[in-house]
Design a protein around this ligand. Structure first.
Ligand code: NAI
Length: 431
């Protein structure tokens, strides 16, 4: 089984130096692209590969790039890698950033060439200190070796690359809030359209792609679109970094073909549930996805199949819920996160999520009232798609709405004060 993204990651996780990376074929795609390919050839191979964005939304990468104007009169275009990984339960980009920085930089150079961007940024999560050190070092090595800067490898193509560390806010991962943050403004999302591909950083055409997405690019350029498609077991191409957290035997991260089943991921790779615990459900791709339950265990982990099952592949990093953990506590914990991370710009999100958190907290404390479930149902619609400025609140509603659908009895039991057994240290307080 091929694992192009992680093949050269060492067991001790130390990143390869530029020399070591070149010895295993590193930067070949830059040579190939700049010598033998026109920007439109790069765009074509990426489009044909069917690569979908690995940040969570799964938008087709080639399609996104095709919106960038290629008019030579445009003086500045930007490429930004969104490395602000803050989705709960998600730690896949961290591995690539810390342990394969040159692969990302290589992907950025080829992608920038493909859209003819001359300035690039790594927008990095503040807390990823080791990644910052490794990326900074690798960027300098790439400059010293002539892969970055002026007239790269004598091709006439120029590219600057800058590392920018964020301030530790979830909303900065939303691409237009990220742009505002990078411009030194308050990190609130912008209205779309215009999409950043047309009017992004400082009003210039800008592509924002995820770390894993851009790390796929060197391999696609070197080995072709067909090869990339065939890595997958289904129509959604490539391999994927899948993660599992929760009370499984061996939580972790694996590069696997797109389209493996949830069961395989859970049982073969994560080792199944810990002794004495049963699987109740899982959020398949970070916290802002809908629960899938036992009946979905044979669903294929790809964008189309997971959507057909009523959820989203998201970041592909699954959070598992067991039968001894309180569902209400689990969801309340997520709502606490989303309430804290709301940027406060639009009213439904700013006011609605804290209200949900309060209702769930009071349920847990045995102070629930009959109409609380109706209120929660109401909020899932009121904060759903189309009612808020960005995807934060609709994303937050996904675990809640699906928990209310699949585990409604648990919520009702809290109201009836027949609390489900839990091993969690819940702050259950009674009058
Ligand atoms: P989105 O679907 O609005 O956009 C995804 C990408 O496609 C963007 O780059 C956007 O510019 C482009 N796009 C979408 N529609 C387009 C159109 N009509 N024309 C041109 N371009 C278009 O999703 P969004 O709000 O960017 O991301 C939400 C996702 O982010 C969620 O699915 C969530 O799973 C994920 N997420 C991931 C995090 C992480 O740490 N990796 C953190 C927070 C959220």
């Amino acid at each position: 089984m091929e694992r192009p993204l992680t093949e050269h990651i060492r067991k001790d996780l130390r990143p390869l130096t530029l020399k070591e990376y070149e010895q295993v074929g590193g930067y070949q795609s830059v040579r190939k692209a700049l010598k033998d390919m026109a920007p439109k050839d790069i765009q074509s191979v990426v489009k044909d590969s069917n690569l979908r964005g690995r940040g969570g939304a799964g938008f087709l990468t080639g399609l996104k790039w095709s919106f960038v104007p290629m008019d030579s009169s445009i003086d500045t275009k930007y490429l930004i890698v969104n490395a602000d990984e803050m989705e709960p339960g998600t730690f896949k980009d961290r591995l690539l950033l810390e342990s394969a920085p040159h692969q990302l930089i290589e992907g950025m150079i080829v992608s920038a060439y493909g859209i003819q961007a001359n300035i690039s940024f790594v927008f990095l999560r503040w807390a990823y200190k080791e990644a910052a050190n490794n990326i900074r070092f690798a960027i300098q090595e790439a400059y010293d070796a002539g892969y970055l800067g002026h007239n790269i490898l004598g091709s006439g193509f120029n590219l600057e690359m800058h590392l920018h560390t964020g301030v530790g806010r979830y909303i900065c991962g939303e691409e237009t809030a990220l742009l505002n943050s990078l411009e030194g403004k308050r990190a609130t999302p912008r209205a779309k359209p215009p999409f950043p591909q047309v009017s992004g950083l400082f009003g210039k055409p800008t592509i924002v792609n995820n770390v894993e997405t851009l790390s796929c690019i060197p391999h696609i350029v070197n080995k072709g679109a067909d090869w990339f498609q065939k890595l997958s077991l289904t129509n959604d191409a490539g391999t994927k970094l899948f993660g599992v957290s929760g009370k499984v035997r061996t939580p972790g991260l694996w590069e696997l073909p797109m389209g493996i089943t949830m069961r395989e991921l859970l049982e073969e790779h994560a080792g199944g549930m810990q002794d004495g615990l049963k699987f109740r459900g899982a959020l398949p791709g970070g916290a802002s996805t809908d629960f899938l339950v036992e009946q979905h265990l044979d669903v294929k982990m790809d964008y189309v199949s997971i959507a057909a099952a009523g959820s989203r592949l998201g970041t592909g990093t699954m959070i598992v819920l067991d039968d001894k953990t309180s569902v209400v506590g689990f969801v309340r914990n997520l709502m606490h996160f989303f309430a804290q991370e709301s940027c406060g710009f639009c009213t439904p999100c700013r006011e609605g999520i804290p209200w949900i958190e309060k209702i769930l907290t009071s349920l847990e404390a045995g102070k629930g009232e009959g109409h609380d479930l109706n209120l929660l149902d109401f909020h899932t619609k009121y904060l759903g798609p189309g009612n808020t400025f960005c995807a934060l609140a609709p994303g937050a509603m996904e675990p809640l709405q699906s928990a209310l659908r699949y585990f409604r009895k648990d919520f009702e039991q809290y109201i009836a004060e027949e609390l489900p057994h839990t091993t969690d240290p819940l702050p259950v307080k009674r009058n």
